[in-house]
Ligand binder design. Structure first.
Ligand code: NAP
Ligand code: MG
Length: 501
């Protein structure tokens, strides 16, 4: 296999040495969909068909859930000593590291992100996540309630059983790892449904997990469409919990599926329309401009916490926007397989159409197109959009209200901080927010006043596996990452033992 450092090459060349896994992974082996149906896995780099992937449906989900249940009830994983689960997850992390280059390549050809990001961000963070939850799990203690001498009451956390993980296409391996790490560490079995646009790394991961000694049935991967495989998982009477990342619209469907089936627990990481506030007390406009640009253009803007609404004080607006435009000039779309490329392809033609549609709506509703706005590199057969900035946006415009999931920034101005905070909160979402200020008073007050799961001060999109991630309001509930993620994959049980004199 060639290496990333060798430079750009065609998609065909890049994948020629790879054994692309395209079947479902159930009970320790790859299998076709029961129906025999497949769907084309298309690379957004140039529209190449990478593989014909098994189109899992209800029958496949039933089979995967039955195997996951059998594995769970057997205790082969669920009752294993935490130390042993730790060792298996650490082996999985090591195997992922051994195959890091292959995983990065699969991610890039499958969903179009730059190879430099897949290599330096997605894959290392996924590895860290799996290893971190493995490492954590034999250091978590249960509790004894302070009831007094008549009883001994242990409060223990138990795995839920079968967890259905349904993930999106923007960070396929990383999102899968955020679910699988804590779900497996706590002893559950997992049935993972990757997004139809990007199933390849999840399918390879299953095999690595098996090689790492995670028993058959404990990690099943069923590729397929949301309306078929995803819905079957959401409605399955024997799935105990759904861990979902994706759109708010589909998140709501999972709540309905749960209510109409077995009241399975649901944890939702959904969309966002994150405000990024730059005050006149910002002491470093260059750093702010860098964060504003990368905060919305990173990963082609296909980031749930993208800072897609810039709220900038009118006194610094012109200077800041000029700097943002300068940074954006260095983030032009290019060949995702070229290690120098900083912005890749939009995931598919449908998403390309959505993004271009929002750009049209911005123009129609009277926003000022300040930068970009066009599809580029069309001759490649792939889907690329320039970094785009709208000025003179009002918070009522569609581009300020709806999640675009593309490289489109809406700039709004304010004169008083209270007004900025009101606009920041005037959204159905509450995933994240950023504020730039050198005034410690403003920093604290704004951080408390903004309704979001994470508020960054003088930075944006910073993260660490130890820091929880997830939203307020219609950005969902439940947290990924950090020790708190363990909670949602477990239930509390009180064991009350009466003590005789
Ligand atoms: P999506 O359409 O909601 O899809 C997410 C997952 O749900 C996919 O696996 C999809 O399957 C499945 N799905 C779609 N329709 C379904 C249905 N009717 N029933 C059951 N499952 C269904 O989201 P996306 O377009 O992949 O990703 C973009 C969205 O994810 C954005 O809104 C973004 O903000 C959000 N996101 C949030 C976070 C976070 O942590 N908060 C992180 C990343 C992304 P198919 O793709 O196979 O149809
Ligand atoms: Mg794809």
């Amino acid at each position: 296999m060639t290496t990333v450092s060798e430079g750009p090459r065609s998609v065909e060349d890049a994948v020629s040495g790879l054994d692309i896994r395209a079947q479902a992974f159930i009970d320790g082996g790859y299998v076709d969909a029961a129906s025999g149906e497949t769907f084309d896995c298309v690379s957004p780099i140039g529209g190449e068909v990478l593989a014909k992937v098994a189109a899992g449906d209800k029958e496949d989900v039933d089979r995967a859930v039955a195997g996951a249940r059998a594995a769970f009830e057997s205790g082969v994983w669920s009752r294993l000593a935490p130390k042993k689960r730790k060792q298996a997850l650490q082996r999985l992390a090591s195997l992922m590291a051994e195959h890091a280059e292959e995983l990065a390549l699969l991610e890039t050809v499958d969903m179009g992100k730059p190879i430099r990001d897949a290599t330096n961000v997605d894959v290392p963070l996924a590895i860290e996540c799996i290893g971190w939850y493995g490492e954590a799990i034999d250091k978590v203690y249960d509790e004894i309630a302070p009831t007094g001498p008549e009883a001994h009451v242990s409060i223990v956390r138990e795995p839920l059983g079968v967890v259905g993980a349904v993930v999106p296409w923007n960070f396929p391996l990383m999102m899968a790892s955020w679910k699988i790490g804590p779900a497996l560490a706590t002893g559950n079995s997992v049935v993972l449904k990757p997004a139809e646009q990007s199933p390849l790394t999840a399918l390879r991961l299953a095999e690595l997990a098996s090689e790492a000694g995670i028993p058959d049935g404990v990690l099943q991967v069923v590729p397929g469409f949301g309306e078929t495989a995803g819905q079957a998982l959401g409605r399955h009477p024997d799935v105990d919990m759904i861990a979902f990342t994706g759109s708010t619209e589909v998140g709501k469907l999972f709540l309905r599926y749960s209510g109409e089936s077995n009241m399975k627990r649901v944890a939702l990481e959904c969309g966002g329309k994150s405000p990024h506030i730059v005050t006149k007390e910002c002491g470093d406009l260059d750093a702010a401009a860098m964060a504003v640009a990368w905060g919305v253009f990173y990963n082609q803007g296909e980031v749930c916490n993208a800072g897609s609404r810039l709220l900038v004080h009118e006194a610094v607006k012109d200077e800041l926007l000029e700097k943002v435009v300068a940074v954006a000039g260095r983030i032009q779309p290019g060949d995702p397989l070229d290690p120098k490329t900083r912005m890749g392809a939009i995931v598919d033609e449908t998403q390309l159409g959505r993004v271009l549609g929002y750009i049209e709506s911005g123009k129609r509703e009277g926003a000022g197109l300040h930068l970009g706005g066009a599809r580029v590199r069309e001759e490649t057969g792939g889907y690329y959009v320039e970094p785009t900035i709208f000025d003179a946006v009002s918070n009522e415009m569609t581009i300020a209200r709806e999640e675009i999931f593309g490289p489109v920034l809406s700039a709004l101005t304010f004169s008083e901080l209270d007004e900025a905070i009101a606009v920041a909160n005037d959204t159905i979402y509450g995933l994240s927010a950023g504020i730039w200020t050198d005034d410690v008073n403003v920093a604290h007050k704004a951080a408390r006043a903004i309704k979001a799961g994470i508020v960054w001060v003088n930075t944006f999109d910073a993260g660490d596996i130890s820091s929880p991630f997830g939203g307020f309001k219609q950005s969902g509930f439940g947290r990924d990452k950090s020790i708190h993620a363990l909670d949602k994959f477990t239930d509390l049980k009180a064991i009350w033992i009466a003590l005789r004199d």
